[in-house]
Design a protein. Sequence first.
Length: 192
Amino acid sequence: MQTKHFLNNIFSTATFTKSQLDIIIPKFKKVSFSKNEYLLKEGKIENHYWFIESGFARSFVNDTKGNDITTNFYGQGEIAIDWSSFFLRNPTRENIQALTDINCWQLDFETFQELFHSIEPFREQGRKKLVSSYFSLKNERVSFIADEAKERYLRLLQEKPHIIKNVSLQHIATYLGITKYSLSRIRKEITS
C-alpha cells in the first residue's frame, strides 16, 4: 500500500484540510519489524506509537509464574501502543511483539505533542482513539468477569476475524484467559 494512500485513509480529508495533512503525514516514519521482534519491551518508556499498515502484533505481560499472557492484538490500520506509558511517561509493564513481519508508520512522542497542540482535528482524533481504547479495555475487563470463555471467543471472532485467522491458538487462548485445549474444544463446539 502506498504511503500517501494508507496515511490518507487514517487521516481522512473529511476531517483534515489538505494543508493540515501536508504537515501531519511527513512527520510519520515508515518502519518495519520482523516476526518476533519487539516494538516495545517491558521496563521501557513508550516513546512511539505505530499505525500498522500490514501484519500483526500483540501486547503481552508476564504473570507471576513467568507465563506470557496476551493483552491485545493489533492489525492493519490499528495503533500499537501502551497509552499509559506514552502519556504518563512511565516504564511499561507490557511488551509489544510482531507476530508476523509488519510494516508500520511511527510517530514519536515529541512530534505527537507538537501536532496535538497545534492541529485541532489531530487533537480530536487522538482523544477519540484514547477514549475508544479506554472503553474497549473496560468492556473487555467486565466481559472477562461476567462472560463465559465461549462468549468472549465469539465476540473476538465477530469483532476481529482477521486475528482469529492469523494468530496462534496459544496467543488467542491466553488473551481469553483459557488453555489452548479449552479453546480447541470451544472451536469444535462452534463448528459442529
